[in-house]
Write a new protein. Structure first.
Lengths: 329, 360
């Protein structure tokens, strides 16, 4: 179900697969940004450009039967889990072939067949759902895990504490992935939370807490693999903190370093740690990638994106007379 | 033929829960107090011992967290029953109910279902006051995607709960605390009642009375005494506030020409307001008197029995509204209300009346 198997030791194919998955997310989101002005994607978009390593590293540690729950910033998670690009773009275009049939939009991407059960745009709201999936796993047996993707703002919500507490009491197989991109919309973490490592949030509930560079796909994968092994083994829930950075505006296709909530210097420093370029350089050092192969990979992905965009653009809208259907099962 | 088995609605809820858990291993309970020595007013008593703490999950004081956990478990094929001992506690869980439980089926274009039951208990009497005796069914009934059940009898308490657990939608199951005491004939065994409504309990020609949950029991008293004085009422028990099917109500009003709609909660913006609006839209030419609404006044529930005396519409007020709608002469109206006052006078108004023992 995930695009990437995670067989240690890391093979060349596996490493290149990680790179391809990150590059693919980057190119897809850049294309969304480029075409947003056409006003064919008439729903809000929360791009995760700059955060690809966390999505890909985390999802590469999952396996069939694991259940993930994402947020409004769900494109990367959806793609990293193996969700259909055509169904994603059709959803952004508001078409019947969209993953939600046009009922959800970009903030509700899901594909239960690949384990992304739901994306929920209310901050923290996906966490109890993941806790419930973990409880269902516990009740039905097996060693799958449930995963909640959170941003740094979600741990300000009461529901973080409620679910962390419940999951700890019941030792649920739950992994909470906190992608710390430093901003809740335009407000810096320092203005919202006391200065302390985010991993300390796990202390009151005695969760295992792990932290890694969220712009390093291998580091992200490494901590997630450790977290998943812990949870699968019945040792209880885990908090994984991945430090990363959102390049573009909170919502929309643009850069917004000019509006004053963060400095250009800060942005440039983080862009200098681009997860895609860094891992590409790493693969070149390992002799696994060269410019020609890199360009071929990008060209192949560009072709896939062009096909999916054409599909979405040509796909029929849902029948307006069906708007009231499906309220009840 | 043997006499029907008579049990209280509270006991019927326990029996339904036990049967649902025995029939389907995916059914489990969550809530604050589900496994404690009082067992949610007795309605979960003994279940933790019988099914184990893995299926009767005592919860921390974290209503949005564990209600959302139940939503997530339901999304993954489990059938949780969560219980909030007071409706007010569920306000903390509104985010999960309104956003996730109500919408996941729709958002997923039908691929997800949320087979969840949320039992909410409405308090009344003994000075429980502003934040332990609110009837907030309108808040939940406002939201498409939730079903809102309001059982009024012991038989429906059991049958509708079994149906709610078997339903693939999130069902808000509103239990008035005094309805728990209603005794009635309840069939043994796994016998679900349809999760639908409204239903006519008494057939009459002069006036349509629509009530729900505990107010149906008050209306029943009113209908009995009205009948002794020559007024026959169509008594309609709402049962389901969402989805709301007003067709049987409209059909009744077309026949009687008169409507008294009684709410469990505040009179303003409640189900009775919606019913009156639909009657006005669809039955305008059939009306022989202005529709009347009864419900709570626009203020919080006061604790003092002095302040709460006239807060709740009783059988007396329901009969008065119906009598005025049909133009009952003053002396006969007085006879009706005096008889109802006499029946009620032996019990303080802030305690449930022992007459609310069926069969209904």
């Amino acid at each position: 179900m995930t695009v990437l198997a995670a067989p240690p030791p890391a093979t060349a194919d596996w490493l290149l697969g990680l790179y391809r998955a990150m590059l693919r997310i980057r190119l897809i989101e850049e294309e969304i940004a480029a075409r947003y002005g056409e006003e064919k994607m008439r729903c809000p978009v929360h791009l995760s450009v700059g955060q690809e390593a966390a999505a890909v590293g985390v999802c590469a540690a999952l396996r069939p039967g694991d259940k993930a729950f994402s947020t409004h910033r769900c494109h990367g998670h959806y793609l990293a889990m193996g969700g259909s690009l055509k169904a994603m773009l059709a959803e952004l275009y508001g078409r019947a072939a969209g993953c939600c049939g046009g009922r959800g939009g970009s903030m509700h991407l899901f594909d239960e067949a690949v384990g992304l059960m739901a994306s929920v745009p209310i901050v923290g709201s996906n966490l109890p759902l993941a806790g419930g999936a973990a409880l269902a796993i516990r009740q039905t047996g097996g060693d799958n895990v449930a995963v909640a993707f959170l941003g740094d703002g979600a741990v300000e919500e009461g529901v973080w504490h409620e679910v962390a507490n419940f999951a700890a009491v019941h030792r649920l197989p739950l992994v909470v992935v906190l992608e710390n991109n430093l901003y809740s919309v335009y407000t810096n973490l320092a203005d919202r939370q006391p200065a302390r490592p985010l991993t300390e949030l796990a202390l009151p509930y005695r969760l295992l807490a792990l932290q890694a560079d969220g712009n390093d796909v291998l580091a992200s994968h490494g901590v997630m693999a450790e977290a998943v092994a812990h949870a699968r083994g019945g040792a209880g829930p885990v908090l994984v903190v991945l430090d990363t950075y959102r390049w573009r505006e909170h919502c929309g296709p643009n850069y917004d370093n000019d509006i004053g909530y963060r400095s250009v210097a800060e942005f440039e420093a983080w862009r200098g740690r681009c997860p895609v370029l860094r891992f590409g350089a790493d693969l070149r050092r390992r002799g696994l990638l060269d410019d020609q192969a890199d360009q071929a990979m990008a060209a192949q992905t560009a072709g896939e994106i062009a096909d999916a965009l054409a599909f979405a653009d040509a796909a029929p809208f849902p029948d307006p007379s069906t708007a009231a259907e499906g309220v009840y099962a | 033929m043997p006499d029907p088995r008579m049990i209280s609605a509270g006991d019927a809820i326990l029996e339904a829960t036990d049967l649902a858990m025995a029939a389907d291993p995916s059914v489990f309970l969550m809530g604050e107090g589900v496994a404690d020595p009082k067992g949610i007013f007795g309605t979960t008593m003994g279940l933790a011992e019988k099914y184990g703490r893995e299926r009767v999950i005592e919860c921390p004081i974290a209503e949005n967290g564990w209600t959302g956990i139940a939503v997530g478990a339901a999304l993954c094929g489990r059938r949780p029953i969560v219980i909030h001992q007071r409706v007010e506690f569920a306000l903390l869980a509104m985010e999960q109910l309104a956003n996730n439980a109500a919408k996941l089926h729709y958002i997923s274009n039908g691929r997800h279902t949320v087979p969840l039951v949320v039992r909410l208990i409405v308090g009344r009497g003994w000075g429980q006051g502003p934040e332990h005796s609110q009837s907030l069914e309108s808040l939940f009934a406002y939201i498409p995607g939730l079903k809102v059940a309001l059982p009024s009898t012991a038989a429906d308490a059991k049958g509708m709960l079994l149906a709610a657990v078997a339903d693939d939608n999130p069902v808000i199951f509103v239990e008035h605390r005094w309805m728990h005491y209603a005794v009635g004939a309840v069939p043994e065994g796994y016998v679900p009642a349809a999760l639908d409504g409204p239903r006519r309990l008494v057939e009459g020609a002069d006036v349509t009375i629509v009530a729900s949950s505990y107010t149906t029991l008050e209306a029943m008293q009113a209908v009995e005494v009205l009948a002794l004085n020559g007024v026959t009422a169509d008594l309609i028990d709402l049962r389901l506030a969402r989805p709301l099917d007003t067709r049987p109500i409209l059909a009744s009003v077309r026949r009687t020409g008169r409507l008294v709609a009684v709410d469990l909660g505040w009179r303003t913006l409640g189900p009775a307001a919606e019913i009156v609006a639909q009657v006005a839209e669809h039955c305008h030419g059939d009306l022989r008197a202005p529709p009347r609404r009864l419900g709570l006044g626009d203020h919080p529930t006061p604790s003092s029995r002095s302040l709460a005396q006239t807060y709740y519409p009783r059988s007396v007020e329901i009969a008065m509204a119906a009598g005025l709608a049909v133009g009952l002469p003053a002396e006969r109206l007085l006879a009706v209300t005096e008889e109802l006052e006499r029946r009620r006078s032996s019990v303080p108004f802030d305690k449930p009346h022992p007459a609310f023992r069926g069969p209904f």
